[in-house]
Design a protein around this ligand. Structure first.
Ligand code: GLY
Ligand code: MN
Ligand code: MN
Length: 436
């Protein structure tokens, strides 16, 4: 659990990037699924990162003068809403429980926000992220706000009164830089998500057999996630047998499992909005043909070698290169690829079988939005960063190779673990989940 003090510290850390200005960050709104039924609510990750506030339709405003003032616009407490759907924090809760310096009802934003932004030359806002804010900022740019009257009378004159003289700056890259370094509390939450995933994966090993359907596996897996404390998945589970594993983000999950094939399961529990992201590829029948097993072993070696190369100072490109080297050597040994290593890389010949990257950041988002480069240089790994290592090899019956050689057709192997960088190296958070 992240306490409110930590959220406050994160907001204050934004002062590294913002000296003078106002940051406007909308949370997620509630979306209609059909008629009057809403989708389950999941807070916007940046909004959550800076607030821990889990209600829809809220907007955060932080002013930097450079002193930091935190203002929340929220849905007010409503007794009728309480009767039908539950309690809301309201204005009092925003102040008392979420450390807002000021809080207002969201339906007053049109009146109050212009008054706040009048004071600043720099507006930190991602254009297009909320129609209400877009139109406030548009109005602010196109009309002379000095003539606009709000609920509190005439707005103050502001220092500059056209958008041309006001800087609109996207704040998300700054928040993303903070999100790159996980605190001890965040690491604990991700460890928890991984441990819940482990229970699900290990359960699957007990029920795996030919004749059952992919969605049965999905249901059993997700039941274990729920039962062990994960209300949601970090992303839709991929439960893909045979050829389906060659669709990288396969989510239909509705084929029957055949003997002699592999099943690829790429799934992760989400715990308090923190993701885990794990892939295992298991033989459905305990044994598979030798060539398929050889491909599995190549992917496993590539993955384990890539993980061993993790250390502070290395980059995700280095990790990818290590995985690629082992994959290409393996494909050469099995005589699937010919030519020198350099030729294969230069001409991208491996991409028929390995067409995705090896790693991505992991955190509040499964593909965490942290930067991969800074000032045109790859980010160097440092303690507290968390990412995946997930090489794979795919032999789809759509591939050129399968036109010539059917024996591997319908084989997709991927193995994925979640890696924490430490002072002296790394911890593989998911290594306890059986690989075979
Ligand atoms: N589960 C999606 C991925 O591994 O990137
Ligand atoms: Mn995955
Ligand atoms: Mn992944």
């Amino acid at each position: 659990m992240i306490n409110q003090k930590e959220y406050k510290t994160r907001r204050q850390k934004l002062s590294q990037f913002i000296n003078e200005g106002v940051l406007i960050l909308p949370g997620n709104i509630s979306y209609i699924r059909n008629h009057d039924v809403e989708f389950d609510f999941r807070q916007n990750s940046d909004f959550w990162y800076l607030s821990g506030f889990n209600e829809p339709n809220a907007i955060m405003v932080i002013t930097f003068t450079p002193a930091v003032e935190y203002i929340l616009f929220v849905e007010p407490y409503d007794v009728n809403y309480h009767i039908w759907l539950g309690e809301r924090a309201g204005i009092e809760g925003a102040i008392n429980n979420f450390m807002a310096d000021k809080a207002y009802p969201i339906n007053e934003i049109n009146n109050i926000l212009p008054e706040i932004i009048l004071e600043f030359n720099n507006i930190y806002y991602r254009n297009g992220s909320n129609p209400t804010i877009d139109s406030i900022i548009n109005k602010y740019s196109n009309s002379n706000l000095r003539s606009v009257t709000g609920s509190r009378g005439n707005y103050n004159l502001r220092k500059s009164d056209t958008i041309e003289s006001t800087n609109i700056i996207d704040p998300i890259p700054f928040i993303s830089q903070l999100r790159l370094y996980k605190s001890d509390n965040e690491i604990d939450l991700i460890k928890n998500a991984v441990n819940i995933s482990k229970i699900g994966f290990e359960h699957i090993l007990n029920i795996l057999k030919p004749g059952i359907n992919e969605y049965e596996i999905q249901t059993e897996l997700e039941y274990q996630f729920r039962k062990n404390g994960a209300r949601y998945n970090a992303y839709p589970s991929i439960v893909a047998s045979g050829e389906n594993a060659c669709v990288l983000h396969y989510i239909n999950n509705n084929s029957t499992l055949n003997a002699d094939e592999f099943i690829l399961i790429d799934a992760g529990a989400e715990y308090e909005n923190y993701a885990s992201d794990i892939t295992r590829t298991y033989p459905i029948n305990k044994t598979v043909n030798t060539l398929r097993q050889m491909i599995y072993d190549v992917v496993f070696d590539a993955q384990q070698n890539a993980i061993k190369s993790v250390k502070p100072g290395a980059t995700l490109s280095d990790i990818h290169k290590t995985a690629l080297k082992v994959l290409i050597q393996g494909l050469k040994d099995i005589k699937i690829l010919e030519g020198s290593f350099d030729e294969i890389i230069e001409n991208g010949l491996y991409k028929e079988f390995y067409m995705h990257g090896t790693s991505h950041w992991l955190g509040l988002d499964v593909h965490d939005t942290c930067p991969y480069t800074l000032n045109q240089k790859d980010i160097s790994l440092a303690p507290g960063m968390i990412f995946t290592v997930e090489p794979g090899l795919y032999f789809s019956n759509r591939s050129n190779y399968s036109n010539k050689n059917k024996i591997l057709s319908g084989t997709g192997i991927r193995i994925e673990d979640d890696i924490l960088v430490t002072k002296n190296g790394y911890i593989n958070l998911s290594t306890d989940i059986s690989y075979r």
